[in-house]
Design a protein around this ligand. Sequence first.
Ligand SMILES: [Zn+2]
Length: 131
Amino acid sequence: MKESERIINEIAQGLRGLDEGAVWFSGLPQNEQKRVLREVVSYAMQAHLTAEDGREGVRQSGVKPTANPAVMISLDPPRERLGRIVQLPPGEYVRAFRVLVSAFAVADTRRRNESCRGTCGHSWHNLSANS
Ligand SMILES: [Zn+2]
């Protein structure tokens, strides 16, 4: 499992704090930050992120609801907006990361609770077994 995949999923499962994750993200080179944003977008789509998940994610992200990535993830339908969040200028990357990971956490928590129920074969939902 890639470092970024592990960290993103640890945050989503409450095993790692978002602030700690944002510090890790901030230390990456800019092209790698963009790659990680794309990665979170793909996870969010897999988890069937809704606009309501986006709004709940924004509330938990510590990012102002008026910030560009926060506005974009809260609009319906969010799937079209997710790709555009990655196109935001680099000055928005850390806010985009916080908002995307928080919203993914909301969608992924619902998926774990409703579909996976602790018995799924998703490697990223069984982190302790892989470490
Ligand atoms: Zn699962």
